[in-house]
Design a protein around this ligand. Sequence first.
Ligand SMILES: Nc1ncnc2c1ncn2[C@@H]1O[C@H](COP(=O)(O)OP(=O)(O)OP(=O)(O)O)[C@@H](O)[C@H]1O
Ligand SMILES: Nc1ncnc2c1ncn2[C@@H]1O[C@H](COP(=O)(O)OP(=O)(O)OP(=O)(O)O)[C@@H](O)[C@H]1O
Ligand SMILES: [Mg+2]
Ligand SMILES: [Mg+2]
Lengths: 247, 247
Amino acid sequence: KAKIISMVNHKGGVGKTTSTINLGKALAISGFKVLLVDFDSQGNTSQCFGVYTPDEQVIDAILDNKELPIIEIAENFYLSPSNIKMAYRETDLVNSIGNEKRLRNKLNEISDKFDFILIDCPPALNIFTTNALVASDMCIVPLQPEAYAFYGVENLFNRIYEIRQHVNNTLNVKGILFTMVSNTLVHKQMIDFVKEQYKHIPVFNVSIERATIIQQSQVAQKDLLTYAPKSAPAMQYMELAKEFITI
Amino acid sequence: KAKIISMVNHKGGVGKTTSTINLGKALAISGFKVLLVDFDSQGNTSQCFGVYTPDEQVIDAILDNKELPIIEIAENFYLSPSNIKMAYRETDLVNSIGNEKRLRNKLNEISDKFDFILIDCPPALNIFTTNALVASDMCIVPLQPEAYAFYGVENLFNRIYEIRQHVNNTLNVKGILFTMVSNTLVHKQMIDFVKEQYKHIPVFNVSIERATIIQQSQVAQKDLLTYAPKSAPAMQYMELAKEFITI
Ligand SMILES: Nc1ncnc2c1ncn2[C@@H]1O[C@H](COP(=O)(O)OP(=O)(O)OP(=O)(O)O)[C@@H](O)[C@H]1O
Ligand SMILES: Nc1ncnc2c1ncn2[C@@H]1O[C@H](COP(=O)(O)OP(=O)(O)OP(=O)(O)O)[C@@H](O)[C@H]1O
Ligand SMILES: [Mg+2]
Ligand SMILES: [Mg+2]
């Protein structure tokens, strides 16, 4: 049975998609069978692999009782795609029976085929993020060490506790992952401050540095580990995969 | 009667909040009376001015028929705050009568008191962003010159055309504002690519460069023009205000 992980933070632009793709790829390279679930109507995870207008997408499978669409993107590496159409069906999901458990029930159908399932979440505390957290064994919180990203974390942890209390008592925070870290005093201070404020939440030892090579890989529509395997951030994502499996 | 402007892009982390605050401040310094409407449940605009748990907030005013809460934050500069509570009332708004026009009707009540009203939108194409666009005379699209930010722009413009066609025929795109621009080839290429792809959409001459001073100002809970008025990005926001008024 697969371990299901949500990459979650309602603050926008903190590296959720980038981390879902590259942690996923790092796990696939290490020999695990990995499914990426794009659960954001922006569809950035799908676009990274050239999928813009999928015939079937995740929202159709969970609302119309169809099979989850699964596309092979590389060896040991699979994608269940989404695009903007998902945003148009948000109200259908909100009003559906068992609305919070729809994704969980759908992933249960295919969970024995994978070792890890990573869910890329949208920048919102809405029905989609709730579905992802209800479906997950654990979550990773990508966090830019900046003021605005810090303010929202309290609300995010409150939401996670609520879900654990009422719907999914196995859900835990696997760790905070600092992303886009540059060598500035502001970033150092924020990292120390977060570690101080949230002593009870694990923080991954490895952080991902800010690096232009990541943006170049996205323009080239490749994951970073394929585009520049020896680059510092690629090695950091490999490091993250090792740390993730062992802790 | 105030000119109402939405700062909109459902891609997360592209500088919507930073631009709302600093363009707003630049207009206030130029002598205009400016209201910032924080219409994002993350409440980052409110937090920048030290407002975390407002007694009354925008969502209460539009759902419970109360007066819009308005706090003076500096000379000529006012804020209508929000926080996470707004996310809990999203479904109420979706199911309310006249759900798309609620913010527009509320802003009409106080529009004669201001020259400009700037609305900070959440990173989503949801009922909140629709409310903001229905209420607006124009919108500004902050855009990071990166692949993921570019993919979503097409969907955003489609949504704007839909709103213009069915609900608010005066809404126009005032311009694309490039934010967090660094001096890399990727950024130059993306900027040229966007200008080429969207010839019919105006692009502001000024871009906002990536600068650590912005993050420092946010940790210090000050807008940039107060924190570092002579810094390059502060001058760029002043430049933006000039360009915004004249075009
Ligand atoms: N380590 C990094 N160094 C430099 N740029 C990065 C890094 N990680 C991500 N980025 C860039 O930052 C932007 C935001 O990253 P990403 O889209 O992964 O965040 P997100 O949290 O998924 O955003 P959203 O909230 O919109 O879903 C992207 O343009 C991406 O290319
Ligand atoms: N020109 C800049 N240079 C450096 N950092 C910047 C700049 N503009 C914004 N930032 C930082 O980038 C992050 C994202 O900016 P901001 O929060 O304004 O974006 P947003 O679009 O409002 O995000 P969200 O989608 O979550 O609402 C913030 O941490 C901010 O400090
Ligand atoms: Mg994303
Ligand atoms: Mg914002």
